[in-house]
Design a protein around this ligand. Sequence first.
Ligand code: XUL
Length: 452
Amino acid sequence: MLTLGIDSSTQGTKAVVYDTAAGRVVASAAVNYGKDLPEFGSPDGFLPNADARVRRANPAMWVKGLELVLARLRDGGAPMDEIAAVGGDAQQHATVYLAADGSYSRAESPIWMDSSTGDEVSALDARFGEALRARTGSPAIERFAAAQAMKFAKEDPEAWARTTRVHLLSSYLTSVLTGTDAPIETGDGAGMNLMNLQTLAWDEEICGFAAPGLLAKLPRIHKPGDAPLKLAERFAEFGLRPGIPVAPFTGDNPASLVGCGAATPGCAVISLGTSDTFFAAMPDFRTDPDGYGHVFGNPAGGFMSLSCFKNGSLARDRVRRDCGADWTFFDETAFALTPSGNGGKRAFPYFETELTPKHDATGIEANFDWNAAAPEVRIRAIVEGQIANMRERTRWIGDFKTIYVTGGASRSKGILATIREMFGADARTLEVSDSAALGGALLAARAIETAK
Ligand code: XUL
């Protein structure tokens, strides 16, 4: 049986066709927003903004990305008419605001990189304090829907009044694929500061405080095991069979948990992408005492823990280019030329406002003369800085003997060796590089069982 997994990430959309019997990907396609959809003026997947805290994108770009990736899959000869179900995921926390006629009531959607809601986070903190973390799995967070909706409702009350639906990008894309008003799935829905994780229902009190009428503007909630939706007629254009089951899209991290084969507790995953994340299935509900980490839903049932580091691959790429190095030098040579520990030289990249720990976008912070140092010293300093910070901030999740490493940078021997050393764990690169899209395809296969 063939299933389709679609991953709508920060910088582009990917799709994989997965053969469940053979256990392998048989076709794939990708779209990069910067290169393939230049009309949206978003080279890195968001609209450039002088204020580093403001990170937004035109939601129409994501729909275009979805359609283009399907066209590429079809035109590349993928057996579209044999696909039996669709699943997928989206970057987490991005919100899409719709008016009654389906048009966008907010032209620019805030994405997970947005941290412009400091005042709203303070208001949520002042009102709910510890209770927010206990109920929703996270303290008040800038990029989450509660703070984002609060800011929008305050700044543009007229547009807020016209808004009849607040979707996550995941539920919005599911709506597009199914031609319905799709539900929010619990894995991704947990990243909004609005869902009570004990009851898996919207928390009426928090919704009421965040923005007038928010509760009525939220889609219903889809729990693991609930019946899937069906593909809309218009996707016949891409050779797909209308009516096949569509598993509601989840977040990219929950999808990766499934795609990495880590949905049952025991091992952790490090995903090295636009954001670096560290996550694991959660045997018992626990929150981060330091307030940086999150609890999301595990699409396979139960929960997952997650810590997110914003300065991931874009920061590594910037350092690489500043050093005039190619990827082989960055991934390997620099580590052969320098000793483990780098003689105490360490650096942290803060090109974007950092989430873990909270830090303004101040550029490189190093304990040595950054500009005078050799490229290999700078590269090891950045990688060791990133991984050391990750180790410190994820202790609350626990210790793991095995860590699966996924995402583009998982090919780096230097990064893998650093993870092994700092976590004292067996770090393994996964064969699959598109673990989120693969997770979507696996969730699609599961949807077929549920639909029976
Ligand atoms: C997780 C987070 C990021 C995005 C990246 O909380 O904000 O990992 O999901 O797409």
